[in-house]
Design a protein around this ligand. Sequence first.
Ligand code: KG4
Ligand code: ZN
Length: 349
Amino acid sequence: MKVLGIETSCDETGVAIYDPDRGLMAHRLHSQVALHRKFGGVVPELASRDHIRKLLPLVDECMDEAGIGPEELGGIAYTRGPGLVGALLVGASTAAGLAYSWRVPLLGVHHMEGHLLVPLMDEPAPDFPFVALLVSGGHTQLVEVGGVGRYRLLGETLDDAAGEAFDKTAKLLGLPYPGGPELARLAEKGRPGRFRFPRPMIKKPGLDFSFSGLKTAVLTAVEKLRAEGGEPGEQLRADIARGFEDAVVETLSVKCHRALRKTGISRLVVAGGVSANKNLRATLDKMTADTGAQAFYPRPAFCTDNGAMIAFAGFLRLSAGESDAELRRPRPRWPLEELSPPGGAADAA
Ligand code: KG4
Ligand code: ZN
């Protein structure tokens, strides 16, 4: 069964075609970074308009690359939420229009389910159950995954998401949007230990996170440097970036270790934009190796938003007979635990 996947939840227009025998047959991504950069962050209305411009041409390109006609598609999956409502509407209405005119099944997919299942597309794929650390711009969650659609929330952030903390701290250090990868690049040049920021909530029991205080700690350090001798230079900014990154990474690692111990599970899947972070990967690889566990990540191109993860998650559900009878309303907020296994009762909303 070939599935066309459409992702438009935020600032990337992603389209892909997945087939279980042939793998990823086509994959296209248009990033809106250049569009939003001068505003220092995503402007929702501009995001929606750009998705309108880019989506259908990318679908055409993917169909051409895969060399298939609409009659060969087994379904169309699109991101139903969570995300920016206008951006979601573009993907939903386009997917529904295509499904209607091509007479193929339609399915709205949960964006975070896409993130957490995409590592299963590659070898070695983790077996169920596993613990998933979801670290993106909008989410930081630890989830026990018993199977597709069987999600138990173990812990989550009480304030900022990890990616959001990277983005806000990057802004504070004068780095352009999107801040996360820019900060990570700067941190590579930083001296470890030159700045030591708090590891939020690692002493408290439980699996929740809090990152907003860390951002304030960085702000205080920058202001102190400014008061002492003016704007911090490149090396000091790199040292601060490294101190911040180490604090986030160590906090995530401690909580992942705790989640594995608590559940008795030995497989950790790390997904979402921040899973691209090299420091995080190296630290989690070491933590899992030291404790007899194993860590799995998406290939780097599929850490941040993309159409492949929606095509793949859509395939897992459509191939089990699940589809939407009609276009359903987008879910800008959509708790992952509301999902059921494929073909099960859809959420009530
Ligand atoms: O999953 P994603 O593309 O979008 C959401 O669903 O939110 O994640 C984007 C987030 C942004 O906050 C971005 O700064 C962060 O992931 N990010 C990174 C890195 N690459 C992307 N954070 C730290 N290090 C990176 N290398
Ligand atoms: Zn995402």
